[in-house]
Design a protein around this ligand. Structure first.
Ligand SMILES: Cc1cc2nc3c(=O)[nH]c(=O)nc-3n(C[C@H](O)[C@H](O)[C@H](O)COP(=O)(O)O)c2cc1C
Length: 190
């Protein structure tokens, strides 16, 4: 059966650096025969988790009727995920965080929903390096989260790319995103 990877891409800039790197990983996956769906989170109707625990009481992913309802079955069925975000205020952005908070309902209904599945992340930032930019905080959170979910970490892609077009000019960064796609494809194909 064809494997599928879900990419969560959270930049408001449709042609920005995060989107370019996510596309690079996606193209590598597609070339390897893996199906990819990229969810552009910015502009989607995704409310914050309000911790009502309706997910637990009603045994459903979430009681909030918004765009997450269409995302839950895709996330539950995905063979792997890539989280792609610009760094905003020293970590990944609110669009991605709001979406991930809502995974709570999925996790409450099945603690093993992501066990053993490959997960990777892509981050870009304006500042000089991983530490000054705060990219390190995003990596730390993703690592903790992947460990908690029992996911199989497939790698982190990160680099300085501030203005639209910067990522495309950085061959090493583009190659790193391509390799993430290649690695994810290998992991889901075994
Ligand atoms: C609200 C906001 C906060 C930002 N905070 C940081 C930051 O903490 N560290 C950093 O290095 N760059 C920061 N940046 C710069 C972005 O990470 C950078 O421009 C990145 O290329 C944006 O990604 P995109 O092209 O995919 O939209 C910030 C940009 C915005 C708009």
């Amino acid at each position: 059966m064809t494997k599928n990877i879900l990419i969560f891409e959270s930049s408001p800039r449709k042609q920005g650096n995060t989107a370019v790197l996510a596309r690079q990983a996606s193209e590598a996956l597609i070339s390897a025969g893996v199906e990819v769906e990229t969810l552009h989170l910015h502009g989607m109707k995704i409310a914050p988790c309000n911790h009502c625990d309706g997910c637990l009481r009603k045994k459903q992913y979430c009681v909030i009727e918004d765009d997450m309802q269409a995302i839950y079955p895709k996330l539950a069925a995905a063979d792997g995920v890539i989280l792609a975000s610009p760094i905003y205020w020293f970590t990944f952005n609110a669009q991605l965080k709001t979406c991930i908070d809502r995974w709570y309902g999925l996790w409450q209904n099945d603690h093993a929903f992501f066990k053993g599945r490959p997960a990777g992340a892509i981050m870009v930032y304006g500042d000089a390096d991983l530490y000054i930019s705060g990219g390190i905080n995003a990596i730390s959170t993703f690592e903790t989260m992947f460990r908690f979910m029992g996911a199989a970490p497939a790698g982190f892609v990160y680099g300085t790319a501030n203005d639209v077009g910067d990522a495309e000019k950085d061959e090493a960064l583009m190659e790193s995103a391509r390799q993430l796609g290649v690695r994810m494809a290998e992991r889901v194909s075994v």
